[in-house]
Structures are given as structure tokens and as C-alpha cells.
Design a protein around this ligand. Structure first.
Ligand code: UT7
Length: 334
């Protein structure tokens, strides 16, 4: 009997309407549109003016259900990847569950920053492969504007708000689904990318607020160096160990942190730029949402099609990083 695999059968997304352009940022900090575009590839990003990560996650999930043609009571499990939960507890997954009325689902949050979607995808896939569940939803949602310091030009230009969701279901034949994964972490990266305030190490005080410890901190140059190597390494490794080459890959779906990191990963894998999903220009870095947002946009546009082979790749805080190889089995967009 073939192994029961998990496969993505539907995608959906939500982006807030408000646009924060590079020109807008020029009026807020000492930066230029030219610097941001050439160093990062970002032109604009979205900002959620009202509500929280659970609201965006619920909207993305509803869009996904509509695309699949099922109702929320068919969901067994909701996993939410986020570093901007609405609150410490209850989990954002519980809040999403309530907002979409998924009355038969349990759920939990998973924290792996920019690799959150890949970590959550592989966690969800295990429940499908074991036969424990038939329908698992994985949501990546981040309201990065809530933890971005808009006086810090090094970081405020990078991030945006968005959410996207995928549905995992079993595929019992050999037609595709999630084929392989490599996931890694290295806690030595903490010092370069973190938000130290508010947790049990530094509970909120006037001092933590004064020291701006409730905002994301990143040493961009240090992270850049390891991200380039980390994302390219696992992407090349997953292709090689499955006896494939860049030519066999229809789409590289990279985390959208910096266009230069994306280009380096594609080059290392021998993949042409036309086969790389890139929307960083329009959304910036939306942390857990970047990869499923690409999948959903490309599917809606009819460019992501049944039978195509994909490599998903991410690098983020932790450090965490990884790659996933899959063959797309969802029906094409109507
Ligand atoms: O998603 C999680 C993982 N994160 C990443 O993968 C992000 C990794 N890092 C990066 O993407 C890049 O390092 C950045 C985009 C954050 C920065 O690009 P960089 O080429 O590494 O620039 P840099 O930090 O070396 O800064 C170069 C110069 C500095 O000036 P000096 O010291 O050379 O005089 C900065 O002060 O650019 C300056 N600078 C800016 N100038 C205009 C930094 N931010 C800005 C800005 N506008 N917004």
C-alpha cells in the first residue's frame, strides 16, 4: 500500500487595504525609496489599521474554505504560525476557531518566526499521515506593524501585515503531496533577531518600554549572511537528495525577507528567475504569511497548477530555517 501523504488541497489569503509605500516611509525616517528598493526589493507593504492577527487569519481561512467549497465544521485541527499573537493566551488558533465557527476543530499556535509556516505545515502533515485527522488547516498570520519600531530605519522598512491559509488533506495514491522536508534551528541566533520584552525573561515594566524592548530587534547584516547560506543550503540539499535538479522544479517559493537572499537561493539551485515566486515588492516581509501568500496569489492567478513540483524555503528568527519539497495536487483555479 502506498504511504498516506498529506497534500495541500486549497489556499486562501487576506491582505489589509492600507498601503505604506517607500515614499511614505521617507517622511517618517531618514531613508529613500531608492535605498529600500535596491537593498531589499520592497516597494510597499500593507498595514492592518484595526484588529489583530486572528482577524486576518480568520479572513484568510474563510477565503480558503470558499475556494475548497467546504464549511468550517469540516475542519479537525487549526495550527496558527505567528510571532504576533493577539495575546499570550488564549492562543490565536482558539480565536480564529471561534471567528470562523470551526466547532469540531482543536488548535494551537506555533512559534518559529519566518519559518513558522514550514514548521506548522510539517506539524500538520503528521496528523494527516498518521490518519489521525482528515482536514488540517495551517494559517500563517502576522501583524508585524504591532511590533515594528517606526523610528528605527534599519527595520521599519522591512515588514508588513498579512495572512494566508492552506488546507491539508490525505492523498492515498502516488500523485503527489508533501514529499520531503528539512527543518533546522540554532538558538545561537537569538542575539541577532529577537523581541526580548514582555515574556518571562523581561516582563513588562516602564524600563522595558523605555528601552524599546517590545519591538523587534534585528542585526540585519549578521542575519543576512547566515540567511543567504542557510536558505540556499537546505533548498539545494532537498533537490539533490531527491535526485532532482533545478530544471525539475516548477516553482521556488521562498520566504520574502530580501530580494537579494531570494536571488542567491535561486542561483544556487540553478533555477531561472521566472520560476521563483516573488511578491516582496508589494508586501515586504510578512513573517509567517509570506510563503502561503505566494501560493495563494499564484494559484488564484492560474499560474500554480496541478502536477507542478515546488520547493518552499524559509529562514528566520531562532535561527530557524528549512525547505519542503511537494507536488501540487489541488484543482486549478476556475
Ligand atoms: O525574515 C527574517 C530574516 N531576516 C532577513 O533575512 C533580513 C536580513 N537582512 C537584510 O535583509 C539586510 O541586511 C538589510 C536590508 C536589513 C540591510 O541591508 P544591508 O545591505 O545589509 O545594509 P547595512 O545594514 O549594511 O547598512 C548599510 C548602510 C548603513 O550605513 P553606514 O553604516 O554604511 O553608513 C546603514 O546605516 O545603510 C544604512 N541604512 C539605511 N539607509 C537608508 C540602514 N537602513 C537604512 C534605510 N535607509 N532604511
Amino acid at each position: 500500500m502506498p504511504k498516506r501523504r498529506a497534500t495541500i488541497t486549497a489556499v486562501g489569503h487576506y491582505v489589509p487595504e492600507k498601503i505604506l509605500s517607500n515614499r511614505d516611509l521617507e517622511t517618517m525616517v531618514n531613508t529613500t525609496d531608492e535605498w529600500i528598493r535596491t537593498r531589499t526589493g520592497i516597494e510597499e507593504r500593507r498595514i492592518l489599521e484595526q484588529g489583530a492577527s486572528s482577524d486576518m487569519g480568520a479572513m484568510a481561512l474563510k477565503n480558503m474554505l470558499q475556494n475548497r467549497g467546504i464549511t468550517a465544521d469540516a475542519i479537525d485541527l487549526i495550527i496558527v504560525a505567528t510571532v504576533t499573537p493577539d495575546m499570550f493566551f488564549p492562543s490565536t488558533a482558539c480565536l480564529v476557531q471561534e471567528k470562523v465557527h470551526a466547532k469540531n476543530a482543536w488548535g494551537f499556535d506555533l512559534s518559529a518566526a519566518c519559518s513558522g509556516f514550514l514548521f506548522a505545515l510539517m506539524t500538520g502533515a503528521q496528523f494527516i499521515e498518521t490518519g489521525a485527522h482528515k482536514r488540517v488547516v495551517v494559517v500563517g498570520t502576522d501583524k508585524m506593524s504591532a511590533i515594528t519600531d517606526y523610528t528605527d530605519r534599519n527595520n521599519c522598512i522591512l515588514f508588513g501585515d498579512a495572512a494566508a491559509a492552506v488546507l491539508l488533506e490525505p492523498v492515498e495514491d502516488d500523485s503527489g503531496g508533501i514529499l520531503d522536508h528539512i527543518l533546522r534551528c540554532d538558538g545561537a541566533g537569538e542575539r541577532y533577531l529577537h523581541m526580548r520584552g514582555g515574556g518571562s525573561l523581561h516582563p513588562p515594566t516602564h524600563e522595558t518600554v523605555d528601552k524599546r524592548m517590545h519591538y523587534l530587534y534585528q542585526d540585519g547584516k549578521a542575519v543576512f549572511k547566515v540567511a543567504v547560506v542557510g536558505m540556499a543550503d537546505v533548498s539545494a540539499e532537498i533537490v539533490q537528495r531527491n535526485s532532482l535538479t533545478g530544471k525539475d522544479i516548477d516553482w521556488l517559493v521562498p520566504h520574502q525577507a530580501n530580494l537579494r537572499i531570494i536571488d542567491a537561493t535561486a542561483e544556487r539551485m540553478g533555477i531561472e528567475k521566472s520560476k521563483v515566486m516573488i511578491n516582496i515588492n508589494r508586501y515586504g516581509n510578512t513573517t509567517a504569511a509570506t510563503i502561503p501568500l505566494c501560493l495563494s496569489e499564484w494559484w488564484h492567478a492560474g499560474k500554480l497548477r496541478k502536477g507542478q513540483t515546488l520547493v518552499l524555503a524559509a529562514f528566520g528568527a531562532g535561527y530557524t530555517w528549512g525547505s519542503v519539497l511537494l507536488r501540487w495536487t489541488a484543482e486549478n483555479a476556475a
